[in-house]
Write a protein that binds this ligand. Structure first.
Ligand code: G1P
Length: 305
């Protein structure tokens, strides 16, 4: 028993250590125009950090050391954010702003970050397929660049641990309301346990009538490398784009694909309301900003009445 659990612990650490993450961040951000005309939605600030920094930090705190970000035209500021800025470092150093200096150097040294550009916006599936050569023949994580997860155990770590136990591919899912199913990939599966589904089918953004369940794909995945073959065979789907969900559908016919109802909260900053809610909620939780913001919001609400 002890040996078995020790073995499992070693296995989990081994898998986490070797696993690469792919962060697709090439989307055009059309739900947030005109702001995203020239600015990546992944760089939208949530309190004091750009969204994609939360994503990279989740990967790093899960033991992932190698990250490939799929970018595109107009996304240069993402690379600059994770790069050293010697000029700024000099100024901060000379002004004795040691904490800020340490923080910006930490951000630049967090992980081995690689970049690849998706030249034509052909969809999430196409962006993931671009990672094939970098990833090789190993399971890997996919974490959407516009989705923030907050949890005690990082969500991608929860998936990595489940993968170490079960193998196959694991997708983070959560219940979504009926009127929102058309914004998500939706799974059809049977319960293995309270929070785990054996996935039989998946549909990208179905109408409420077509939706096979209310369990939505939230944007964090641990995938078998076989997904690349499936992506090669996936024709354009919803919106004329190559959909990762359609490739997962093919994969689920060939290998095990599980859905994990993870522990934690997920925020999608890709649309205006989602971003506002995320910013408010996280700012309210911030020990410095929270109390003052809460007071201000209460005042504002009272004036609205
Ligand atoms: C993508 C996926 C979808 C998933 C969603 C989560 O869609 O295609 O299956 O449910 O992310 O945010 P997007 O939001 O990029 O249109």
């Amino acid at each position: 028993m002890v040996v078995a659990s020790l073995k499992q612990k070693i296995m989990k650490e081994y898998v986490g250590d070797r696993m690469k993450a792919v962060i697709p961040a090439a989307g055009l951000g059309v739900r947030f125009l005109p702001l995203t005309k020239d600015m990546p939605k992944e760089m939208l600030p949530v309190v004091h950090k750009p969204t994609i920094q939360y994503v990279v930090e989740e990967a790093v705190s899960s033991g992932i050391k190698d990250i490939l970000i799929i970018t595109g035209r107009g996304k240069r500021s993402i690379e600059d954010h994770f790069d050293r800025s010697l000029e700024l470092e000099n100024v901060l150093g000379n002004n004795g702003r040691t904490e800020d200096l340490e923080e910006i150097i930490r951000i630049a040294n967090m992980a081995n970050i690689h970049y690849l550009r998706q030249k034509v916006p052909l969809g999430l599936g196409d962006a993931v397929l671009l990672a094939r050569q970098h990833v090789g023949n190993e399971p890997f994580a996919v974490m959407l660049g516009d989705t923030i997860n907050l949890s005690k155990v990082p969500v991608v770590k929860q998936l990595i641990d489940m993968h170490a136990e079960l193998g196959g591919s694991i997708i983070a899912v959560e219940p979504v309301s009926r009127d929102k199913v058309q914004d998500y990939g939706i799974i059809k599966g049977t319960n293995i346990s309270d929070n785990l589904y054996d996935i039989e089918d998946l549909v990208e953004k179905p109408s409420p009538e077509e939706a096979p369940s209310d369990m939505g794909i939230t944007g964090t995945y641990v995938l078998s490398p076989r997904i690349f073959d499936c992506l090669e065979r996936t024709p354009p789907g919803r919106g004329g784009e190559i959909q990762l969900t359609d490739a997962l559908r093919l994969l689920s016919k060939e290998e095990k694909v599980y859905g994990l109802k993870f522990e934690g909260r997920r925020y999608d900053i890709g649309d205006k309301l989602g971003w506002l809610k995320t910013t408010m909620e996280l700012a309210l939780e911030d020990p410095e900003l929270g109390p003052q913001l809460s007071e201000y919001l209460q005042l504002l609400m009272a004036q609205q009445r």
